[in-house]
Design a protein around this ligand. Sequence first.
Ligand code: DP6
Length: 339
Amino acid sequence: MLSSITCTAPVNIATIKYWGKRDEKLILPLNSSLSGTLHQDDLKTTTTAVASENFTEDAIWLNGKKEDINTTRYQNVLRMIRSRATKLMDKKHFVHICSINNFPTAAGLASSASGYACLVYVLAQLYGVSGDISAIARIGSGSACRSVYGGFVKWEMGAESDGSDSIAVQVAPETHWPEMNIIVLVVNDKKKETSSTDGMQRSAATSPMMKERCATIVPQRMRDIEAAIQARDFQTFGDITMKDSDDFHEVCATTDPAIYYLNDTSRYIMNLVHKYNKMSGKIKCAYTFDAGPNACIYLPEENVVEALALFTKHFPGSDLSTYYRGSDKSNIEKIEHYQ
Ligand code: DP6
């Protein structure tokens, strides 16, 4: 018997950054975080998983290249899925997985988020796992737990040592703020030098900013941004988003040895956004940068044309600006099932 499922999962863009773990094995964070999940038609991972009695081992291909499936993360995910399986419980069923991103992998565009969210979702479908799967996605890659849901999603850091309450929760569905858009400015699509996993471990151990960030700054920002999302208050949302991005990169800069993810083009974009907002007398768009130089710009629909014109003018002739519509239809999706 052969059973196959294909699913897609979108990328999420954090407005309050996850940076630092209190448990490396279970991937439990030092702070809660919050993100917006992109539209399914934009940045996404498509994954097919096939189970068969004829396979002699588990195997995974990422963007056409065979990867080692015996990593701790893949094995933890497979073990957790199989322990909750209601289908294919016969141990003879091995699984073959093919995963494709429609965007640069590991260039600070949250590929691990959509990748592990999709992997866990597809395996959960295949093995008949029900209930919350965000905690399984989390043990693949922390930020992946937020891609399990659409709209605005928070990852509650939780307090339990077994990670049972460190899960993703939808703050508002994709229909709540449909005017919200995201423009992704691809500054560099090369693989980053310092992975998020290594970078956050070093920051947690050495940056003097981490303690206050986790104890007071992030908890307050989480409360404020959640309220701003509920009220569709873009001024507060944009202000907090840019401040948290700035602080995150300051944490990286104060890590020993320092980590720099931004480059001159990133900083040019930051200045441009600040000037544009100042000139307009209000926040028209808000930048945020993950562990890479690429900019993600949150903005309401009414400002998209003007902002795109601005970015195109400053970066003429390049394909720097790519436009991704935000909110609706951003849930993870099952697109094919063959049994
Ligand atoms: C800067 O989720 O990739 O994008 O849990 O070690 O796999 P691991 O890290 P990862 O880190 C993402 C960090 C970030 C911020 C965020 O998405 O919240």
